[in-house]
Design a protein around this ligand. Structure first.
Ligand SMILES: Cc1cc2nc3c(=O)[nH]c(=O)nc-3n(C[C@H](O)[C@H](O)[C@H](O)COP(=O)(O)O)c2cc1C
Length: 187
């Protein structure tokens, strides 16, 4: 059975990001995938402590909410990540999580070798501004890191002009795309 791990970096449970991630999950589920979701707004998440445990071990020495994610990623066929754009970047919650993915690489000097390559990826970014350039740096940042991990992007949905209360008409079209992206992660 395919396994899909979702990372939601939005604090808004009814925002665009959460709703679209839900659709990706439904699409993948409709094809028989098992879904594991991590809410990156969980209060039990600590930032990387720079202990370098992960340089000599698999996984992370921190015993918190994210502890099970290393095994989940290891077993996953696909990763789904979503973040709103805050001040031209991903959210703080997303950054804390990215630092905690340090165990996903080996590095020797300037040479980086991914430990968990070959995952399919769907990314979702949401922003209020209608100009896509506003979130472009944040998206590039995440994309570069995922490329370094040897993960292959299947779709990137960048919602621009997001209203505080999601516009259901706009959301319907995006939801369909998100659902299909989820379906495409399986098989
Ligand atoms: C602290 C903060 C900073 C934000 N900065 C930006 C920004 O720089 N550009 C922008 O277009 N929207 C910005 N927004 C708006 C969010 O990107 C927008 O509300 C988005 O839809 C939130 O996603 P969600 O619906 O998934 O929660 C900001 C919102 C917050 C709370």
């Amino acid at each position: 059975m395919s396994k899909v791990v979702i990372f939601n970096a939005s604090p808004r449970k009814n925002g665009y990001n959460s709703k679209l991630l839900e659709q990706v999950a439904k699409g993948a589920e409709s094809k028989g995938a098992e879904i594991i979701e991590f809410n990156l707004n969980d209060a039990g998440i600590r930032g990387c402590q720079s202990c370098f445990y992960c340089r000599t071990h698999d996984g992370c020495a921190i015993n918190d909410y994210l502890k099970p994610m290393y095994e989940a990623i290891n077993e996953a066929d696909a990763i789904v990540f979503g973040s709103p754009i805050y001040y031209y970047q991903i959210t703080g919650q997303a950054k804390v999580w990215l630092d905690r993915t340090f165990p996903l690489i080996d590095h020797d000097g300037n040479t980086i070798t991914p430990r968990q390559p070959g995952k399919k990826v769907v990314t979702i970014f949401t922003q209020a501004n209608s100009n896509p350039e506003v979130g472009a740096e944040g998206i590039k940042y995440v994309t570069n890191i995922f490329n370094t991990y040897g993960w292959k992007s299947e779709d990137n949905i960048h919602v621009c002009g997001a209203e505080l209360v999601p516009d259901l008409t706009a959301l319907e079209e995006l939801s369909l795309r998100a659902f299909k992206a989820g379906e495409n992660l399986v098989g």
